[in-house]
Design a protein around this ligand. Structure first.
Ligand code: BGC
Length: 365
């Protein structure tokens, strides 16, 4: 494999992100893919983190401002969710906050696509806090949105919901709990959230994962299960649900590498994944590499960075799944291509994880 020009691809990645950002602040997940024109909190928070690190802090601020407005406009919904949970009831479906928004901040009108996913709100708190601290920005404009988000997560964190992949809404997922932990802990540490609102949740969440979210000393895709999912890497880096050097982290990384990492680089989501046949995701290679970079495994981190770069089109665009990847379930590829066309390219989240990993390895645009 020729040595990739990482500075050039980093510059291209930043241009893709800022170039596609809506003037209102939202980031479309993939501007050219039929159903990815929305701005997801999960994707967007990592995209904003990349922009914040890579020299476009104004882009990140615009995204966070847009998120804060979206949340404060839904304050009544948050209050109803909190009140329902206090009364021991399940909140009305329409009161849960959306997982994706139209670029002008409305709830999307997508039938049959589960909106109740809490990880994005945890990830948003984490990315916002990191951005404010990195650039020493005034948190005041975000306080009411943060308070509402903390209240929302404190009321919903232990409910089953869709996972990072918008699947399995009857389960409680390790990576969702990791994101909630990461967001609440970051906001509390930065003085943005009241410890009294956050500490009991962090304690209960930690106990729940320790009791039901591990198998053979590693984290599991969902509570009470045994499967591995590469999104669990986020519980280590960046969300620090567990000591990144400790045995739980080490065994989780080892299981992901054994079950989901391809020898040449690139990481599958989980063994049963049939979406576009279940290929390898640059986003997940970025997550694995980021954890390696953080824990001093620089060569392993660099391998994932090189692998991601090798997935770019001639025009420097990164896809959702690697082209020509080894598929876990190749018999499922055709139906996705027939229904939706080739997989999403560019995917802004892929560019974001590439930029974050590059930054962790001291490579900047
Ligand atoms: C993925 C989600 C992602 C969304 C937008 C879905 O296919 O499963 O994780 O947020 O695409 O990129």
């Amino acid at each position: 494999m020729p040595t990739p020009d990482h500075r050039r691809l980093a510059a291209r990645s930043l241009a893709v992100i800022t170039g596609h950002q809506d003037p209102g602040g939202g980031y479309p997940a993939a501007p050219d893919y039929p159903v990815y024109g929305f701005s997801w909190l999960r994707d967007g928070s990592f995209i904003a983190e990349a922009a914040s690190r890579a020299g476009a802090p104004g882009s990140a601020t615009a995204f966070h401002t847009w998120c804060a407005r979206a949340v404060t406009e839904r304050a009544e919904r948050v209050r109803r969710v909190v009140a329902a949970r206090r009364a021991g009831e399940r909140p009305a479906e329409g009161d849960f906050l959306p997982t994706r928004y139209t670029l002008d901040g409305q709830d999307p009108d997508v039938a049959g696509w589960g909106e109740f996913q809490t990880d994005g709100y945890g990830t948003w708190l984490w990315a916002l806090t990191a951005h404010l601290e990195r650039h020493r920005l005034d948190p005041a404009p975000y306080r009411s949105a943060v308070t509402l988000t903390v209240d929302y997560l404190a009321a919903t964190w232990d409910l089953p919901c869709n996972d990072w992949w918008e699947e399995s809404d009857e389960e409680r997922h390790g990576s969702t709990l990791g994101a909630i932990h990461g967001g609440l802990a970051a906001a509390a540490r930065a003085g943005l959230a009241e410890p009294a609102a956050v500490t009991p949740v962090l304690t209960a969440l930690g106990h729940l994962v320790a009791r039901h979210g591990t198998h053979e000393g590693r984290l599991t895709k969902w509570l009470g299960g045994e499967a591995v999912d590469a999104s669990l890497l986020a519980c280590l880096t960046p969300f620090s649900l567990t000591d990144p050097y400790g045995p739980l982290a080490t065994r989780t990384v080892a299981a992901v590498e054994r079950q989901l990492l391809e020898p040449g680089g690139g990481v599958h989501r989980y063994r049963g994944d049939v979406f576009y046949g279940g290929g390898q995701w640059p986003v997940l290679a970025g997550l694995l590499g980021w954890h390696h970079a953080r824990t001093g495994r620089t060569a392993a981190a660099r391998r994932q960075l090189d692998w991601i770069a090798a997935q770019a089109t001639g025009d420097g665009l990164l896809p959702e799944q690697a082209p020509g990847a080894r598929l876990l379930h190749p018999e499922h590829l055709a139906r996705w291509v027939e229904e939706w066309g080739p997989n999403a390219t560019p995917l802004l989240w892929s560019h974001a994880m590439y930029l974050i990993l590059a930054d962790a390895l001291d490579i900047r645009p």
